[in-house]
Design a protein around this ligand. Structure first.
Ligand code: COS
Length: 381
């Protein structure tokens, strides 16, 4: 690794790498095959104090930088993308509370999230509000006793198992994007239920479902930030979580490259290891170059976020889009290096290629990332 990491970050990488090789990688194929939520992996992350890595120390976490969080997401994804997602989503869902919650809200909700006793989910997407996040139809109507929430969210990771939802809902529909507010909603509030669990191409262990709110009364104090500031909170949250998805994608790509290199050294054809063939060498060299470039961009974007740099939005979008495109191309090329063996479910590459795909889609499609980049580049015209 050429990037300037502190001694502490290097130690964190080694610790997670060792744990992932020993305990996570051996579980990856089974998690993928059964599609069941890996509670043992959630427990492993909690026991190693990883679920609170991004949460400030005063609220029970470690207060580590986004760069450190990226290192963890990357090393976990190298072994198992589903396990990496458990880590990433806990941070994604905690972030609206961190940036917009009152001190009281933070004290109530963050410590159990940091410990992993409560699983959290980020409730933004709806059937009609995907890339167009501002088209949110879930309503939170103010009443004397609180906000009455009605609506349906979809594609919510942890939707069926979370205890707490960072939820975006319209409080003032006539104000458009300025009418969305953020709430922390508990899963056992009357009127909250989870619906259909999706059957997915990859990340098979992640539980992604609908979350429905039916006359759910949310206490007034559970609104986070100013009324109408929800869209900005969502965008700021995504700014700080897209580098994590970039890191996850980099980890998947690195895992695929590891497999391809191993295979090229061992597999013999035409009387010698296929790594001696220039056709394979060029493929591997290009894969390595792309993985390193992705890593540098991800680390750069995380550092800008850590420094609250004005360039953080554009870098965060670029890192997510570049690293996820790299994950897709590198896993595809790695399958090519293994030929027929790479296409079979017996080999982890088949899983890695499926897992890579969603990194080009979630937390904003790569087309949305390009919109963010182009808008920042061109400014108001
Ligand atoms: N930080 C702070 N404020 C931001 C912001 C950011 N990163 N991005 C936008 N805003 C503000 C804008 O400045 C604007 O405020 P003003 O009205 O005061 O000018 C407001 O938010 C609306 O912004 P914009 O006009 O750019 O909104 P659009 O409706 O055009 O949407 C995109 C912009 C497409 C970029 C946004 O909807 C998006 O990111 N969509 C993808 C959502 C997503 O990632 N979903 C994945 C599911 S969550 S896992």
């Amino acid at each position: 690794m050429t990037y300037d990491l502190s001694e502490e970050q290097k130690a964190l990488r080694s610790q997670v790498q060792e744990m992932a090789a020993e305990k996570v990688a051996p579980r990856a194929a089974e998690i993928d095959r059964t599609g069941e939520y890996p509670w043992d992996m959630q427990k492993l992350l909690a026991e190693n104090d990883l679920l609170g890595l991004a949460i400030p120390e005063e609220y029970g976490g470690s207060g580590a930088s986004l760069l450190s969080n990226c290192i963890v997401a990357e090393e976990l994804a190298r072994a198992c993308a589903t396990t990496s997602l458990i880590f990433v989503v806990q941070k994604l869902a905690a972030y609206p509370i961190i940036i917009a919650g009152s001190d009281e809200t933070k004290r109530k909700y963050l410590p159990p999230i940091a410990k992993g006793d409560t699983i959290a989910a980020f409730c933004l997407t709806e059937r009609g509000a995907g890339s167009d996040a501002s088209a949110t139809k879930t309503i939170a109507a103010e009443t004397d006793n609180g906000y009455l929430m009605n609506g349906e969210k979809c594609f919510i990771t942890n939707g069926s198992i979370a205890g707490v939802f960072s939820t975006f809902a319209m409080t003032d529909p006539d104000r458009g994007v300025r009418g969305i507010s953020t709430f922390v909603v508990e899963s056992d509030f009357p009127g909250v239920s989870s619906g259909h669990i999706e059957d997915k191409m990859g990340l098979r262990g992640a539980q992604v479902s609908e979350v429905n709110f039916e006359d759910c009364l949310v206490p007034k104090e559970n609104m986070m930030g100013d009324r109408g500031s929800g869209f900005i909170t969502a965008m700021k949250t995504l700014d700080s979580s897209r580098p994590l998805v970039g890191a996850q994608a980099t980890g998947i790509a690195q895992g695929a490259l590891d497999e391809a290199v191993k295979w090229a050294r061992e597999r013999e054809q035409f009387g010698s290891p296929i790594g001696k063939l220039q056709g394979i060498q060029f493929l591997l060299a290009d894969m390595k170059t792309r993985v390193e470039a992705a890593r540098q961009l991800v680390y750069r974007s995380a550092t800008l976020c850590d420094n609250n740099d004005p360039e953080l939005s554009i870098f965060s979008a670029m890192s997510k889009l570049f690293a996820s495109d790299v994950a897709m191309s590198v896993t595809t090329d790695a399958v090519q290096v293994l030929g027929g063996y790479g296409y079979m479910k017996d080999h982890p590459l088949e899983r890695m290629m499926r897992d890579a795909k969603v990194t080009q889609i979630y937390e904003g499609t790569n087309q949305v990332q390009r919109i963010v980049v182009a808008r920042r580049l061109l400014g108001k015209m």
